[in-house]
Design a protein around this ligand. Sequence first.
Ligand code: UD1
Length: 424
Amino acid sequence: MEYIVIRGGKSLSGKIPISGAKNAALPLMAATLLTKQEMVLQNVPALDDIVSMENLLRGLGTEISGKLRIGGSTLKLISDDITDTEAPYELVRKMRASVLVLGPLLARFGNARVSLPGGCAIGNRPVDIHLSGLEQMGATIELKDGYIDAKVLRHKKLQGTHIAFPTVSVGATENLMMAATLAEGETELTNAAREPEIIDLANCLISMGAKIKGHGTDTINIEGVEKLNGVDHRVVSDRIEIGTYAIAACITGGSIDLTGCDGSFLKSLIDALRGSGALIDQYDWGLRVKGPTRPKAIDIMTDPYPGFPTDLQAQMMAYMTGVNGASMITETIFENRFMHVPELNRMGADINVHNSTALVRGVSKLKGAPVMATDLRASVSLVLAGLAAEGETIVSRIYHLDRGYENLVGKLNECGADIKRVRS
Ligand code: UD1
């Protein structure tokens, strides 16, 4: 078993190169299933979730070459000989984003069998919106033995239509947008998600020959085409990684240059950090973040993009535990995303949760402790807390971190953190 040991209290300074976005790379990889031709993806992060998607695609018959390594990898994916259209439980269970193969498989082959992802630590997370959208496009869907059995019987092809999403869903917008590229006629998605990762996916699909308009707004129009072509595409930078290290600079009162990234997608976080007293400058190479000496409390509420990202809520909470005053953090996306709270309280934080709101009263200093978390972003919030705490913090279950942070320990070390991975 591996864990992370941190001796806190060091102010971080230095440079951190930002990796490609996991949440952009995963749907982009699923989009290979829409074409027989080669897809080249650059700037793919070396993460366990990417390996899970590689395994899933290989199981379907996709040929993948290129090795994942730290610093941005190039993968070549060819899906001209898809031999299977089933995504088995063993792979889907590991990663919810596996459900993103459903739309592309159904659009190109007219059938797909994908295991239901089930619940997960941060909430129930159903896929009803994905399924209802595909049904509206003419798919017949049966839920049987824990699997989604989807077929296109009439007309043999998905049919373009108007789909009004009842809730903003990133995954459903991606699944339906991919499915609609090969459907017959025009599809309009309303109340669509507007996340930068969706814009990246749309841009890649357009380079493949798809006809998409309105991506980045809440109404996306897609005119189906006969086939899609190969593509060479660079994955956008990971705004959640940018945000996490920006908070690392703030929580340690340090100064970090985040390079190779675009901060324009992080306005809500930048506004919040500036509100706490941080100095943030944007350059063509990235962002410079200087943490405040006496940080102030600020309130945040998570929301779909361009609101404050739920994937940065836990990290922000770790920061708020040590500021002057009390802040209110409201989580509106997932119903069970405060699992870091008891762990932060064990480190001396003063946090009270009432339903979807947490009241965080700043304390003078956190104290190191052994901690563990049940999901990716909660785990990294404990690492951030450990960087600020007095004494030693031991974070276990670090496989969560390997799912979504490329070279976390190395990047923090480079900025002067006393942090190491230990194998017991
Ligand atoms: C994506 C991100 C995840 C992020 C989340 C919200 C990826 C791979 N993952 O997840 O990191 O935390 O967006 O920004 O990009 N919902 C339903 N029915 C559905 C689909 C969603 O009720 O069919 C609900 C969810 O339970 C949740 C909300 O809608 O409460 C938003 O979820 P969604 O945007 O779909 O998240 P994911 O795409 O799974």
